[in-house]
Design a protein around this ligand. Structure first.
Ligand code: ADP
Ligand code: MG
Length: 265
């Protein structure tokens, strides 16, 4: 692998995506108010097809709320949210949004601890059925192969028959990312995916996400600046529910307002 070269190619590719294609996600003037508390204010944000976007910002900035809006968990008081040009997210229930290809990973891993790693991926792949019906239904050879490939990608091949509850925190994070990927989502939303990971796991997560960009569009919320630096094409800085700055990491880090609020100067 040649990281420098692949990084360049990817940057070039995503710049082209941005120029040539319509956004996979277009948010316009989103306002979310929780009983008088304004969590998001006139938030507008576009994500290009195949782009890997990082969203950063201090605690309470509204990052998780933003994901709640995209996935239909929170309905804004006003604004527009379109996915794939024509799909109006404001009109859809969370389950319909997920079915249309928006996958989400929450901050804390939520795997089925009593089931094996393989079974967790199996259930995720056949997500339309109940857990037990899903485990009874026989896997096709093709489905089995896909899970095997995913285990390799996740570096969990040796753990396939282990109960998920016995995995390390980082391995659980990987398993949950895999549970998303076997559903082949179009747009992935990942809320602090590297939280609690070791340095080596964080590094591998960055590598994995880079390999996903292009095929998928990704929005990643992350605090680890080293991680953001390795993966991001484009960074959006949120502060008090508003977009404070947008651009390359270098650009936003040089932004006076960002320095003031983010670095607390
Ligand atoms: P972040 O993920 O950037 O840390 P959040 O989106 O979780 O921030 O929260 C943004 C703000 O909105 C916080 O001040 C939080 O307390 C508030 N908030 C989030 N969800 C709710 C809710 N359901 N009810 C009331 N306030 C909320
Ligand atoms: Mg959050």
């Amino acid at each position: 692998m040649q990281p420098a070269e692949s990084l360049f190619t990817r940057q070039y590719a995503t710049d082209r995506f941005r120029e040539q294609t319509d956004p996979v996600l277009a948010l316009e003037n989103i306002n979310v108010n929780f009983d008088g508390f304004q969590a998001l204010t006139n938030l507008s944000l576009n994500i290009g097809v195949g782009e890997l976007r990082c969203v950063i910002g201090p605690n309470g900035a509204g990052k998780t709320t933003l994901m709640d809006v995209i996935t239909g968990k929170t309905k804004p008081q006003s604004g527009k949210a379109f996915y794939d040009q024509s799909i109006d997210l404001m009109r859809l229930e969370p389950i319909e949004i997920a079915r249309r290809g928006i996958g989400r990973k929450f901050q804390k891993p939520t795997v089925f601890e009593a089931l094996t790693v393989f079974e967790n991926l199996e259930i995720a792949q056949k997500n339309e059925k109940s857990v037990w019906a899903s485990l009874r239904a026989k896997l096709s050879g093709e489905q089995r192969d896909r899970i095997d490939d995913m285990l390799v990608t996740l570096r969990l091949t040796g753990e396939r028959h282990r109960r998920a509850g016995l995995l390390s925190h980082g391995q659980k994070q990987f398993l949950e990312i895999g549970m998303l990927l076997v559903q082949d989502p179009h747009l992935l939303l990942l809320d602090e995916p590297a939280a609690g990971m070791t340095d080596a796991e964080t590094e591998y997560t960055a590598e994995l996400f880079r390999s996903l960009a292009g095929k998928h569009s990704l929005m990643v919320v992350e605090h680890d600046m080293g991680f953001v630096e390795t993966i991001a094409d484009h960074v959006t800085v949120l502060h008090q529910g508003q977009v404070l700055a947008e651009g390359s990491l270098r650009e936003v880090q040089a932004n006076e307002q960002v320095i003031e609020v983010y670095l607390g100067r």
